[in-house]
Structure formats: C-alpha cells, structure tokens
Ligand binder design. Structure first.
Ligand code: SF4
Length: 731
C-alpha cells in the first residue's frame, strides 16, 4: 500500500531474489527508487534483509543499471546484425505472424516457450493458457526445472501432492534440524538468521548438515556429514536402517497413515552402517549419531534444496528423505516435517498455476485426462493437448536438432544457466525464430534474439509471488515502467489476442460467447481466474483475494472459501491427499551420479551460489559493493590437490569436461574435499567464458556441466560433473 509523506512514497513489495520471500518497503522520490528496507510486518523476515535485499535500491537506480535495461522492442533483420528499435504493434504482429507460420508449416510441437521462476504468478498463468490453451502444445517449461522439479516429484510420489508441509515458524519448535544439500547461510540468508535465533533460544537443538562441501552452513553444525557427491539416498537408507535397529521408528504412525513400509524395510536391511559409511565416505559413528538425533531428539525438521534436487536421482533423494519423516511420524506437527526451500522467488507460484511442461493449473497433472478436461472447461477451450511437453534440457536439445523451430524465452538466460552450453548455443543458432522477452539487454541470450521485447522488473511490476512456506505476498509497483517496457502478463495476453486472429482453427471449439481467451485488464483480473481454478484442490485459495492481501497481509495456502486465514502446517490429522489417505514410502535403490570420474576427468565438479550474487548477475553485477565478498571467479580445490598439481593461490588452471573447457584461477579451500572442486554458478561471459570443440563461445561453469537429468523430474544434474584440471603455463 503506497504511503506518501513529504514527497517520499513508500510501497510494500517483496524481494525478487530467493524463495525466502522477504517483504520490503520501497521508498521513492520523484519517480525514482531511493531506498529499501525490510518490512517489519512481513512474516517471512520481520524487517530483516540480507546484503542482496538491502541493496535493491542501488541496483535499481545506478546509471549502469539504467544503461543495461532494454527499453524498446528491437528487431534484427539477420543474425549478427545490430538490432533496430521498432514499435510494440509491429513487434508483436511480426512475432505472431512468424509463430503462426511455423505452427502452420510444422505443427504446434515446433514451438517452445521457456520462462522463469522470477515471473509473477499472474505472468505464469497467462503464459500457461497461451501455450497450452491457444497454441496447443505443452512445450512450456521454465528455469524452475533447474530448481524445484525434483522436490515436486518427491512430494507427489510420497505425500500425494506438491505441497511443502512445514512453515518457517517450525524452526523454533524443532529439536533436530537436518539440513541436506543446502547452503542456507548463503542461499536463504534470512532463513538462516531465523535458524540462528532458534538455536540461541534453544541450546539443546541439534543441527546436522550433510553436504559434500563444508559450507558456511556446515561450519555451524553440531554434526557435519561430508558425504560424497550423489550418495544422499544411501545416507537416508542407512539412517533408516539404524533407526529400525534401535526402535526409533513410529510403528503406530506407519500402520495408521502410510503404505509400502515392508518393501522399504526389506530394501534398507542391506544398508548397514558399515556399507553406508563406505559409500558416503563418512565415519560410521557419525551416521549412527545422525540417526539417533533424527529419530530420538525430536521434533525433527529437514531443510533441503539444490543438493537434492539438481541430480539424476533428484526425485529419489527427495522421496527417501521424506521416508525418514514418515517412518518416525515426524510430520504434521510443530517443528517437524520435510521442508524443501525454493531457490527462486516464485518457483512456487509457477507450480501453482501449472506453468511447466508436465503440469496444469492448480496442481493438476497433464498426464491425467480428467485434469486436462477440467482445465479445458475452465479456460473455455475444446481441449488441452495430451502429448507431453518438452522440459528445459529436452526443449533446447530438440531445437539443436532442428525439431523446435521457434523459441520464446522470457525472464531467463539459458545461454548461461542451462547445462551443456555447447548444445544450448547450437539450439539458439539453429532455431528459425528466437524471441527474448527481458528487462536486461545484457544477457548472453539476447545476442541470439531476432526480436527483443522489453519487460518490466522489480520495483515496476504488480502481482503476487509465493514463497517456500506457501505464503502468497503482493508485489507492487513503486515506479512506472521505464521506456516502453511492459508487464510480462500483458505482453503474453497481447500476443495471445494476435495469435487468436491468426489461428482461427483453435477458436472453433471455444465456449460460446467468448471473444478472447485473454480478457484481462489488470493482474488482479488474471489472479481471480487463477483463484477459481484452485476451487476444491489441495491449494484452494477461494477464500483469498487481493483485498485480503491488502488488509491482512501475506497468507499461506490453502485458504478455502469461508476460512479467515491460511494453514501454517499440513497433514496435522495424518490424512494425505492420496486415494486412500495414506502417504507412500518410496523403496528405491541407491544409484551413483551420472558421470563418474575417470583417469582423464578425475575431479568431481560441484556448482552453487555465492552470498552476494544472484543467478547470472544481470542485477547484482551492476553494483560494485556486491563484489566485495567475492570479486572474481575461481575454482576451489583442496590444498592437498593444489600442492600435488604444483599450484599456488590464484594460479590459472584449465578445467575440462567432456563438453567444454574454461580457464580460471584456482584457490585453496578446506571446504572442498580432496578430488572435488567448486565453481560458483553466477559468472557470465564478461568473467568466465570457454569454447567447445567447434570453437563455439560458451558462458560460465555450464560450459562444463552435464545435461543428464532425473528420469522422473527431468531436473538436470548441475551438482556433479567429472572434470580434468591442469595448470596453464603462461608464456
Ligand atoms: Fe531477498 Fe532472499 Fe535476502 Fe530475503 S533472504 S532479502 S528474499 S535475497
């Protein structure tokens, strides 16, 4: 709600970075953002902000920032040309003409849309309807595929639906906190401060951290388990083995609320402490201690993020961790439960509206014919196509093969963020039409665009996001859109109306009386339609409205009609949203990483976040002060390996995978185990570039990463690739 005092306006909004979803107060003077502070009333952060959030105003106001903005639609007549400004009508007519032509020549499966977990829920909703309802393809995926799709698949496989059951308030009720594959201190700093507060208030609380790296989070642990990359499933099976042997499981809970335990019990019998210690590379006593605390020092809350998700076994890792909670009854009560932390600010909102290749509105499944019919009826279209859509890696691989002819990319930078850059760059070169809808003109993907469409960004946008604890918050615009930039939902709706005219065959079965599928005049009108799609579903928000968000602040879903507030915690009654009301155990074997090390590539490469940078740095990279923490890319190596390779701190090394190579300085780090390595994900081509075997330019660490993905969630294994490392001899 804007509050105006003496020429300064204050607007409540939400931080656009991580999935913590902190509330911010944006101060503006004379149409410029001048200051940001934490919103003391927001239940995610109670006024606190981390370094990224507290410098938002500086990234919005610097002249560098203004120079990096895309301010007008632009078109390239030929690849490699400098793009020339054009008007919005011309740009969208051109885009609609070309898309319709490709659809007529090759069918709707020849187009692909790739979005972002930073789009607002309203943006996502319109995009989903445009692609699946109008164009008639499910080739719509987002960078949330790189972020949370394994968590989605893990929840659905065990608990029935994609719904994190816990909340931030649970930190202060937990006796044991189990953080796995998450550097919360860097990736979710305000949540980590809440954890530190909880530990201070309760010195008896135990913190266990399992991670291949001794991260800043692991430094704080009572027990650190430096497991080998990709061995999480073995760890969880081993912990269950110990808990079974020592009577720490809750047989009453298992009998009343679950099914499938006997198969799991049989499977974990082989995961003895000795065998698991050998697989994971940890002391046997530490494994036993972790099991004792998890099952005996309760309530137990698990927090996890990309270390579980970004894996070819991502779904199994999520599901087998949830096994531990079901086996001990550590779910559905204060301080207990499996709790996935979302990487991006609105990965949750995207899941809610079904804005991914395998999902439909309100947690419906594309593979379910009844769900497709329900969504078609809601939208007023004859059908939603049954053919599965291409997920992120698959979409770009299909474009590289020439099967997808048009790529529409919104609010994300696949030429940096997707694994196996050689294939991604080939896809962008091969596609007949590449449209990039972006706030920033500086991303590597913009260089491939035939059409560039300027979009609004934080401080300008209006709508909603959902954070890790299912809490829906308002994002409000504090300043007008610069130049000709437009809101993403409005660009999608405008494109949709133009495509309707060019694809009249898709209109044939529309609900009688409809003029357009996109009758929206505001984000609220979009959100109201989304709200109706949730009626009767697990995430029912029919009791919520923009007005309630204004007057009562952010709310957690579900909040069905007639409820005064949302639900903090799920499954308190032990009833799960499965056909028989019981949760499912997941009895899956342990399998190793997709790309094991060999004599040519003997090091395991891990990737992840720095504290003060965000994604590809298009915003944080404009502010010098955010380089104070880490100023340049490096590869972290154990001092033993540095010595063996004859390297000093800062010496250049060539890092080579089966897909490409980069050159960067090496730094010694005790956080990294011998024969492992770490490169931060943020560095773009101004800082870290490489070449593939054809000499094609590639950006950052994803020149090296592997495109293999989890067969269930389709999330790629960004956390492990085999690499060779050699010193670079300078002339
Ligand atoms: Fe923003 Fe996340 Fe920092 Fe909160 S913790 S201020 S949401 S980056």
């Amino acid at each position: 709600i804007p509050i105006v005092t003496a020429g300064t306006k204050t607007t409540r909004a939400t931080c656009p970075y991580c999935g913590t979803g902190c509330g911010v107060l944006i101060e503006t003077t004379a149409g410029r953002i001048t200051h940001v502070q934490g919103d003391p009333d927001h239940p995610a952060n109670f006024g606190r902000l981390c370094t990224k959030g507290s410098t938002l105003h500086l990234t919005a106001a610097t002249s560098v920032q203004e120079q990096t903005r895309l301010l007008t639609p632009q078109r390239r007549r030929a690849r490699g040309d400098t793009p020339a400004p054009i008007g919005w009508d011309e740009a969208l007519d051109d885009a609609a003409d070309q898309l319709a032509d490709i659809i007529r020549r090759h069918g709707p499966q020849a187009v692909g849309f790739y979005g972002s977990g930073q789009l607002l829920t309203e943006d996502y909703y319109v995009l989903n309807k445009l692609v699946k309802g109008l164009v008639g393809t499910n080739n719509l995926d987002t960078n949330s595929r790189l972020c949370m799709s394994s968590a989605v698949a893990g929840y659905k496989a065990t608990l029935g639906v994609d719904a994190p059951p816990a909340c931030y308030d649970d930190f202060k009720h937990a006796q044991t906190l189990f953080i796995v594959g998450a550097n919360t201190a860097y990736a979710h700093p305000i949540l980590f401060r809440r954890i530190e507060d909880a530990r201070q208030a309760n010195p008896a609380m135990k913190l266990i951290v399992a991670d291949p790296r001794k991260t800043e989070t692991a430094e704080m642990a009572d027990l650190f388990l430096p497991i080998r990359p990709g061995t999480d499933v073995a760890l969880f099976h081993g912990m269950l083995h110990v808990m079974l042997a020592e009577g720490l499981v809750d047989m009453d809970y298992i009998a009343q609320h679950t099914q499938g335990f006997e198969a799991l019990r049989g499977l974990v019998a082989d995961f003895t402490p000795a065998s698991v210690a050998a697989i994971c590379g940890i002391p046997q006593a530490d494994l036993v201690q972790a099991a004792h605390w998890f099952g005996g020092h309760t309530p137990t809350l698990s927090l996890y993020c990309q270390g579980l998700n970004q894996s070819t076994r991502g779904t199994d890792k999520n599901a087998t961790l949830i096994n531990l909670h079901l086996a001990t009854g550590q779910i559905g009560k204060p301080g207990a439960g499996p709790f996935s932390l979302t990487g991006q600010p609105n990965a949750m909102g995207g899941r809610e509206v079904g804005g991914m290749a395998n999902l439909l509105s309100a947690h419906r499944d594309l593979g379910n014919a009844e769900h497709r019919a329900e969504v078609a009826k809601l939208w007023g279209v004859p059908d939603v196509p049954a053919q599965p859509g291409k997920t992120a890696v698959e979409m770009f691989e299909a474009a590289a093969r020439g099967e997808i002819k048009a790529l529409w990319i919104a609010c994300t930078n696949p030429a940096q963020s997707l694994p196996d850059q050689a294939t991604v760059r080939k896809a962008l070169e091969t596609a007949e039409l590449v449209v990039v809808q972006e706030a920033f003109a500086t991303t590597a993907t913009c260089a491939y665009a035939d059409l560039l469409l300027p979009a609004t960004t934080w401080g300008e946008k209006d709508g909603t996001v959902t954070n890790s604890e299912r809490r829906i918050s308002r994002v409000r615009s504090a300043i007008p859109a610069p130049g000709q930039a437009r809101h993403d939902w409005s660009i999608f709706a405008d494109l949709g109306r133009r495509l309707e005219q060019r694809l009249p065959e898709r209109q044939a079965g529309w609900r009688h009386g409809m003029d357009t599928l996109f009758p929206y005049d505001s984000p609220e009108s979009v959100w109201n339609e989304h709200r109706e799609s949730t009626r009767g579903r697990d995430l029912d928000i029919t009791g919520l409205s923009y007005e309630i968000l204004e007057t009562q602040g952010p709310q957690q879903w579900p909040m069905p009609q007639g409820h005064a507030q949302g639900r903090a915690r799920l499954y308190e009654d032990g009833v799960f949203p499965t056909p028989d009301g019981r949760a499912r155990f997941s009895a899956v074997p342990y399998e190793a990483v997709a790309e094991p090390c060999d004599e040519h590539h003997p090091f395991a490469l891990n990737t992840g976040r720095l504290r003060d940078q965000w994604h590809g740095m298009s915003r944080t990279g404009t502010l010098g002060r955010l380089f104070g923490h880490v100023s340049e890319p490096s590869i972290d190596l154990n001092p033993v390996d540095m010595k063996r390779l004859g390297l000093g701190a800062g010496d250049l090394v060539r890092v080579t995978s089966r897909r490409g190579a980069v050159v960067l300085p090496a730094q010694p780090s005790d956080a990294v185990s011998p024969m492992q390595s770490f490169i931060a994900m943020h560095w773009g081509e101004e800082y870290l570039s490489g070449r593939d075997a054809q000499g094609r330019l590639m950006t950052g660490v994803n020149a090296l990463t592997v495109p293999a993905f989890c067969p269930k969630s389709k999330q790629p294994e960004l956390k492990n690739a085999a690499v060779g490392i050699e010193a670079v001899q300078l002339p």
